[in-house]
Design a protein. Structure first.
Ligand code: AVJ
Length: 319
């Protein structure tokens, strides 16, 4: 390990059995559910990167283009000498667009639940930005957490991209934004938000022809088999992801294709033919509905950028 990486603050690992608990408790419920944050083991993180490249998944490329186009203005709003704190950092590809535009960025603190993956991508970023203090934190940002100040008590700017906010129920999303506002100590937050649109476009984005989203969804079962010794037959479950136009959300399920029983952690779970396991909601907002929620969370919504087709939006919220 080189000197710069050695200065990284010790990573806080999430508790070891949380996935086991989530599966066992989620399958005991009616309807059955497994929280979407468990998609992101290393395989899941890599499948998600493949989703981002799909022709149907317009979100990532639209957001990236918006970031690229407006980076100079965003950099001005964030100001010089900042510490960037990114919630759910993923592949770290988007932050580069900002780092290249920011005036003398001092530190970067990516927070992600996928520890091995984070270590990998941080190593690659460090090689390209020598002189930037890197502080990866392996943590579940949906839980309360403290991000200790770095030397120099740097001003913070937050990054919360990819429309990850859409995974949370509105009241939970608001509480999460409120907590992020606390973490940022008065600094602003840049949030990427997917917009309400033609339901056919949304449906296609979660039902891609190549079947990558289906593999991403089913990977939850593969992960349970590998990590928990469960005996799911992944082929006996179908990926099902309809758009609920009334509730403005994609709902993702794994549907049991037959009557079957599965054992996880010495517990048996019965599945009826056609019984769904709810694995994700991906809510879509209007520009106005998101700004309203951000304001209720204590932020002052300022600039907002969108593409000509109004597929996606990026919001600058002042702390
Ligand atoms: C990372 C939560 C924003 O909801 O679009 C992609 C995850 N799920 N395809 C989304 C996802 C299926 C993605 N988020």
């Amino acid at each position: 390990m080189d000197a710069r990486l050695a200065r990284i603050a010790p990573a806080k690992a999430p508790s070891g059995n949380s996935f086991a608990e989530a599966v066992v408790m989620g399958l005991a419920r009616t309807p059955k559910e497994i929280a979407c944050k468990y998609f992101y083991d290393e395989t899941g993180s890599r499948l998600f990167d493949q989703i981002c490249e799909l022709p149907e998944y317009y979100q990532t490329r639209t957001e990236r283009a918006l970031l690229q186009r407006h980076a100079p203005e965003i950099a001005r709003l964030m100001g010089p000498e900042v510490e960037i704190v990114e919630f759910g950092a993923g592949s770290l590809r988007k932050v580069r667009l900002l780092l290249d535009a920011l005036k003398n960025p001092r530190a970067y603190t990516p927070v992600d639940i996928s520890g091995d993956y984070l270590a990998d991508v941080v190593r690659a970023l460090g090689a390209d930005y020598p002189g930037l203090t890197l502080r990866p934190l392996v943590a579940d940002f949906t839980l309360p957490m403290t991000v200790p100040a770095l030397a120099g008590r740097l001003r913070r700017a937050g990054l919360f991209t990819g429309s990850t906010i859409g995974n949370f129920k509105p009241d939970v999303a608001m509480a999460l934004l409120r907590r992020m506002r606390g973490t940022l100590n008065g600094g602003g937050l840049l949030v990427g938000v997917d917009l309400v649109k033609d339901p056919r476009r949304l449906h296609a984005a979660y039902n891609d022809a190549a079947g990558i989203t289906a593999a991403f969804n089913t990977n939850l079962l593969v992960r349970a088999n590998r990590e928990l010794g469960a005996d799911f037959d992944p082929d006996a479950f179908a990926h099902y992801a309809p758009y609920n136009a009334l509730a403005h959300r994609i709902e993702m399920y794994l549907v049991s294709l037959k009557r079957q029983s599965v054992t996880v952690d010495d517990q048996r779970f019965e599945f009826a033919q056609g019984e769904p396991v709810h694995t994700e909601d991906s809510r879509k907002y209007t520009i106005e509905s998101f700004r309203e929620m951000a304001a209720r969370a204590g932020f002052s919504p300022r600039a907002v950028w969108t593409d000509p087709e109004r597929l996606f939006s990026i919001h600058w919220l002042e702390g």
